[in-house]
Design a protein around this ligand. Structure first.
Ligand code: GLY
Ligand code: MN
Ligand code: MN
Length: 442
């Protein structure tokens, strides 16, 4: 029998906070389904992060109900029941008894009973919190239960229910990581950083990008992670200018840089997300070094800006200012820092944001802004800081900006760390992956 991966007390505490925040609304939170990728072959199961955060239950097809309007048994799980025949093919299931004993469910039922029981459980709730558009198997059942309650509202004595999104409440909780979650993110960062250090030691001209991917992902698995948190990017030369390059099937050429963007996902789904860029033959060219030092300066300035009270927008702006000032000095842009930023005239060279929240999802949940207000960083929030420069012909040079000399082309650089906001500043979780120019050469 597998062990539950999250401390039941932590889960109970999370659920308690979620139930309190729901007020009188009931929440319906489905697990992820199994997904096939060809014929009847399934992808490795990946639990839905909202469901996981609240239940720690790692099986497909389950549904969790949170019922704060009921005086008892507010946490109900619908799960696939024990079935020796199915378990011979697909492995252990906790079943209804296991869902209660191992995961703190107050009640558990077979998933097949959701349709008939859902309406009853929602009776008396002041609303239904359910994310429409994401769960095609569960959504019709929720809508049917909702419709039935609306029909009956005049005589049932219960107010007509509103359907609301659970995301704002739940994602607010997930945005602020507990000390236990920070430990897990440190572990994901440790393994991910080690993999980058190993990769840099083996890169040589003539190797295929995929061989470097193998070194990285071998380390993830060997250290007990589930595997890569996202499609690992190993991009030699101009391939690095394709932001989501995952083909990873080109020979590494001397004189080029290689950009590696890879991080692991742990057994309990916490993720690392690191990018490093370095010369394949161990020596930067003049142009490569100039751009590398510029991206590094922008990245270090942006990391240094991470502190309570700052915003993700402010971190991005910090990186952009350093990049634009440096590009003006190098002659790759003309004008003033403020003028170039105002016109967005740097976006053919730097076209993405400087980071994102990190947690159970690589691009983790949580608002960056609420109306005009940018969300302020608080201790426990974790974000990536990942500026870059990508010099290629893919995007047109904006009017008034200089054509780019060929010697700069085919250089793609990104440097990405995972940074936790601390009481008085920040903690760089991925500092063990070196990035100083001297460490990038050999
Ligand atoms: N690896 C995905 C990202 O950096 O956002
Ligand atoms: Mn990344
Ligand atoms: Mn990232």
């Amino acid at each position: 029998m597998p062990e539950p991966l999250i401390d039941p007390l932590l889960l109970a505490e999370r659920r308690g906070r979620f139930l309190r925040q729901l007020g009188g609304a009931a929440a319906v939170i489905p697990a992820a389904p199994l997904v096939t990728h060809h014929a009847d072959v399934e992808h490795a199961f990946r639990q839905n992060s909202d469901f996981w955060y609240l239940t720690g239950f790692d099986e497909p097809g389950a549904v969790a109900l949170f019922l704060p309007h009921r005086s008892e048994n507010p946490f109900v799980l619908f799960v696939e029941p024990k079935d020796p025949g199915a378990e011979v093919w697909n492995g252990f299931r906790w079943g209804c008894e296991g869902a209660v004993a191992g995961f703190g469910a107050d009640l558990a039922h077979p998933r097949s009973e959701l349709a008939e029981r859902l309406g009853g459980y929602l009776e008396g709730a002041e609303g239904i919190a359910f994310r429409v558009g994401r769960h095609p198997e569960v959504e019709p059942l929720v809508l049917k239960a909702w419709a039935r309650q609306l029909d009956r509202a005049p005589r049932s004595g219960h107010a007509a229910l509103g359907l609301v999104a659970p995301c704002p409440l739940l994602h607010e909780l997930r945005l602020r990581k507990s000390p236990e979650e920070l430990l897990r993110l440190r572990e994901a960062a440790r393994i991910s950083a080690e993999a980058h250090e190993l990769a840099r030691q083996v890169v040589r001209p003539g190797l295929n990008e995929r061989q470097i991917q193998a070194v990285i992902e071998h380390h993830f698995l060997e250290q007990g992670a589930r595997g890569p948190a996202y499609g690992s990017i190993v991009a030699g030369g101009d391939n690095a200018c394709v932001l989501h390059y995952t083909a990873n099937n080109a020979a590494l050429r001397p004189g080029d840089l290689v950009l590696i963007d890879a991080g692991c996902s742990l057994g309990d789904y916490y993720n690392g997300d690191i990018t490093r860029t370095f010369p394949i033959n161990g020596r930067f060219s003049g142009e490569q070094r100039a751009l590398y030092e510029l991206v590094l300066a922008a990245q270090e300035a942006a990391v240094a800006a991470v502190a309570p009270g700052q915003t993700a927008e402010g971190v991005h702006d910090t990186a952009v200012r350093v990049l634009v000032a440096g590009l003006l000095e190098l002659g790759l842009l003309v004008g003033t820092v403020d003028g170039v930023i105002e016109q967005g005239a740097f976006r053919h060279l730097y076209m993405h944001r400087t980071g994102h929240w990190l947690g159970l999802d690589v691009h983790d949940v949580g608002a960056y802004r609420l109306g005009e207000h940018h969300v302020e960083l608080e201790p426990g929030m974790v974000l990536t800081v990942e500026p870059g420069l990508y010099v290629s012909d893919r995007l047109a040079v904006p009017e008034g900006q200089p054509a780019i000399d060929d010697r700069w082309k085919g250089i793609g650089i990104r440097i990405e760390d995972d940074v936790a906001v601390s009481e008085h500043g920040h903690e760089n979780l991925t500092a063990a992956a070196l990035k100083a120019p001297v460490a990038m050469e050999r």
